[in-house]
Design a protein around this ligand. Structure first.
Ligand code: HEC
Ligand code: HEC
Length: 332
């Protein structure tokens, strides 16, 4: 019964959402179309300030709960569970900390109510499964997970459950929904100073060659090298890495570095060799790439590009852009 009314709410809101996204992303919140009474009531009752994601102990005991539980295991132990798709030393929750609940670490709370969404990096509206596959192919430097697979269904079940009670379209109001939080724009890191920060504050866990260490609980992920995130990941940008590091690292001691130290160590980490990201030059197809993107795109020169390592399966590392973007690229 609960599921049925949610499905009804979804159908109504998705129509409104799709209409809003076609105009542009920022106008979505202002979009007001024909609305059902049930949808209006859900939106009126929703308070993003008091909303909390459910705890793992609240996963239901039914078949849906079993799927959510499998999805949780997949995001926590991605590399162990799906080595063919996540061949590196990273799992989703190494970045989306605490099962995706940490507002300072690109939270997945509310994501289910934020998609489909316009992504300027793609230059198009994309759905949640494609967004998950961007993280498989770029952040995990892995391979695209088939959208029809049970594993993708389970991951989406988990992300949907994590957004329980967030009406579609209201996901943008959840704390942290903008992704890794903006840091002061004018700050620039110094990789030599950053190396000293790394030696003092990071090497004990992440290791002298940045490869991480599965033997140290909860399992230390790789910061660079063939088993880390690719150059096409948001984390490969100095400003995004500085934000993640300043808010969350050293592990358990977030916000203990100065912001300058965070930029310095981010400059050091992002200057190290990492997997290539095939097709990355098609990003921001209409221009406007942020200044710290470490590869060249339309109208943008690479910012401090790191050495790149080849990918085993370059064809499986690309999430095909929507047809509208392909047409624009072809006519350029
Ligand atoms: C190396 C770090 C890293 C890893 C590993 C990673 N992600 Fe991400 N992910 C990010 C960052 C950073 C963002 C947000 C980008 C930004 O700040 O704009 C993001 C965004 C997302 C989003 C969009 C969130 C939203 O609501 O806009 C989803 C969904 C997502 N990731 C799912 C996953 C899944 C599932 C996995 C594992 C298969 C994964 N991610 C692995 C760093 C990572
Ligand atoms: C006490 C051990 C520890 C220390 C010290 C530490 N980290 Fe981490 N780091 C972790 C763990 C554990 C995770 C994964 C978090 C999780 O899964 O909840 C992580 C995740 C990361 C990530 C995201 C995942 C990845 O591999 O890219 C980055 C970036 C990172 N750390 C950078 C740093 C930097 C820079 C420092 C030094 C300022 C540092 N860490 C110090 C344990 C540590």
């Amino acid at each position: 019964m609960q599921n049925m009314s949610r499905a009804g709410t979804l159908a109504v809101s998705l129509v409104i959402l799709a209409a809003a996204c076609r105009i542009d992303d920022t106008s979505r919140q202002k979009a007001s179309g024909p609305d059902s009474t049930a949808t209006s009531a859900a939106h009126a009752a929703f308070d993003p300030a008091t909303w909390r994601p459910p705890a793992d102990s609240e996963i239901p005991g039914d078949s849906l709960g079993a799927s959510i539980r499998r999805g949780l295991a997949l995001v926590m132990h991605t590399a162990d569970s799906l080595p063919e798709y996540a061949p590196g030393a990273l799992s989703c929750t190494n970045c989306h900390i605490n099962g995706g609940r940490t507002a300072d670490a690109a939270p997945l709370t509310g994501s289910y109510a934020r998609f489909p969404k316009y992504m300027d990096r793609t230059g198009a509206v994309i759905g949640l499964a494609d967004r998950v596959n961007y993280c498989f192919t770029r952040s995990l430097a892995g391979n695209k997970l088939p959208v029809e697979s049970r594993e993708m269904e389970d991951i989406l079940s988990y992300i949907a459950w994590l957004s329980s009670g967030v009406p579609v379209g209201e996901g943008k109001k959840i704390d942290g929904s903008e992704g890794l939080r903006a840091m002061p724009g004018e700050m620039v890191g110094d990789r030599t100073r950053g190396q000293a920060v790394f030696t003092a504050k990071c090497v004990a866990c992440h290791g002298p060659n940045g490869a991480g260490n599965p033997a140290i609980p909860p399992g230390i992920p790789a910061l660079w090298g063939p088993r880390s995130f690719s150059v096409g990941a948001s984390m490969a940008r100095q400003g995004k890495a500085a934000s993640f590091i300043w808010h969350n690292m050293p592990y358990g001691l977030g916000k203990s570095l100065t912001q300058q130290e965070a930029f310095d160590v981010a400059a050091f980490v992002t200057s190290q060799p990492r997997p290539n990201s095939p097709g990355k030059e098609q990003d921001w197809p209409t221009g406007g790439a942020p200044a710290d993107v470490p590869y060249a795109t339309q109208g943008h020169a690479a910012f401090l590009p790191p050495p790149l390592l080849p990918r085993a399966n370059p064809n499986r590392a690309i999430v095909d852009p929507p047809a509208s973007v392909r047409r624009k690229a072809a006519s350029r």
